[in-house]
Design a protein around this ligand. Structure first.
Ligand SMILES: Cc1cc2nc3c(=O)[nH]c(=O)nc-3n(C[C@H](O)[C@H](O)[C@H](O)COP(=O)(O)O)c2cc1C
Length: 366
């Protein structure tokens, strides 16, 4: 794909252009995790606004400890699947493809209707404070260190959720391995203090990530897009660095590819942030240099730099977050040469719900 506005193939599916909506949690599902009409309108808006690929918000994978936020959507039963089907149909009718992001919150746990006890690699809380955008919790709860049984249940949850996603009609799956949620916690030396086969060396810290990629791949078969989002940063610790640096990150990308991932989605504050303990590359440039895996890049992509990004990362999809929240028709606006505004965070206050966004839009429409 040479031109960012041209259709092409990504992970074996046809996309109408190279813009993706970045996954963004909106805590607007029903209390039982069922995606609803409000969400269908919301996601359809991005398809109509020109995004070639819509990636959903982080969606929980089991009825144990995977849910992290109240009103987060799930994909663990037939009711959830039916809710997603409506959304998928609306996005497809709008001309876009849609991937679901499968997420286990791990220690980044603010609310869960199935359990009060968070699980994580070790009894270590995230840095900083819980996210006010998603709930009123003031402090993190201390997670229990996952037993082998908990780990098996989490892997099985991802596999069942993946099968549900395929049955619902999603065009592909993004596993959430970034931003400080469970899989990222296992990779992180802040969270992971384990002394068994899941802790210590990078190979051990990668073990759960690879088990999940393999289980998801097995659940959906070979010719179905599966990828994983990766970061060093977490939502409350933007400066965390893997001690293994650039070469360690390359090992991670190669390993997820070998386990069955078609694509890697890198996310950082800026696509080109050089933030490894050694070396002068970004997450995106390391991932781009690994053969046999496709790429989605994310972090600070806007109307001024998208063409440079597209040229710098040929074939990669460009995932847009805050600019898309501010302008659901971001891609159409680029095509039409229209003005593109910045996100006013008041739109996500006091909580990042779609209802609050709509109220903000009504108030600011004049
Ligand atoms: C309100 C909000 C919710 C988010 N929820 C998620 C999420 O569910 N999953 C995820 O991987 N990233 C999530 N992110 C991070 C974005 O996907 C993206 O990485 C981040 O906004 C940086 O990209 P940008 O500079 O284009 O905004 C969220 C960001 C925002 C602003």
């Amino acid at each position: 794909m040479s031109d960012v506005m041209q259709s092409g193939t990504f992970s074996s599916i046809e996309v109408p252009n190279r813009f993706a909506l970045a996954p963004m949690t909106r805590t607007s599902a029903e209390a039982d995790g069922t995606p609803n009409a409000l969400m269908a309108d919301h996601y359809e808006g991005y398809a109509k606004g020109g995004f070639g690929l819509v990636i959903t918000e982080g969606t929980y994978t089991d009825d144990k400890a995977s849910q992290g936020y109240a009103n987060q959507p799930g994909i663990i039963n037939d009711t959830h699947v039916a809710g997603w089907k409506t959304i998928i149909d609306r996005v497809h009718a709008g001309g876009s493809k849609i991937f679901v992001q499968l997420m286990h919150a791990g220690a980044q746990f603010q609310a869960n209707r199935y359990t009060h006890q968070p699980l994580g690699p070790s009894e270590v809380t995230p840095k900083g404070a819980p996210l006010g955008l998603y709930g009123d919790q003031q402090t993190w709860q201390t997670p229990s260190a996952m037993t082998e049984t908990d780990i098996r249940a989490a892997v099985d949850g991802f596999a069942r959720a993946a099968a549900n996603a395929k049955a619902a009609g999603f065009d592909g799956i993004e596993i959430h391995g970034a931003n400080g949620y469970l899989l990222n916690q296992f990779l992180s030396t802040h969270f992971n203090k384990r002394e068994d086969g899941y802790g210590g060396s990078l190979d051990n810290r990668l073990r759960l990530v690879l088990e999940v990629v393999r289980a998801v791949r097995k659940a959906v078969g070979n010719r179905y897009p599966v990828g994983i989002r990766l970061s060093q940063a977490t939502v409350t610790d933007p400066d965390y660095q893997l001690p293994e640096g650039e070469s360690g990150f390359r090992t991670v990308v190669e390993a997820v590819r070998d386990a069955g991932a078609d694509f890697v989605h890198t996310t950082d504050g800026e696509v080109n942030r050089k933030h490894f303990v050694e070396g002068d590359q970004s997450l995106a440039s390391v991932a781009a240099s690994v053969e046999g895996v496709e790429l989605i890049i994310n972090g600070g992509i806007d109307e001024t730099n998208y063409q440079d990004m597209a040229n710098q990362f040929p074939g990669a999809l460009l995932a847009v977050g805050k600019k898309a929240l501010a302008n659901p028709d971001f891609v159409q606006r680029l095509k039409d040469g229209k003005e593109i505004g910045d996100l006013d965070f008041a739109m996500l206050q006091p909580k990042a719900t779609i209802t609050n966004e709509l109220a903000w839009r009504e108030k600011n429409a004049a």
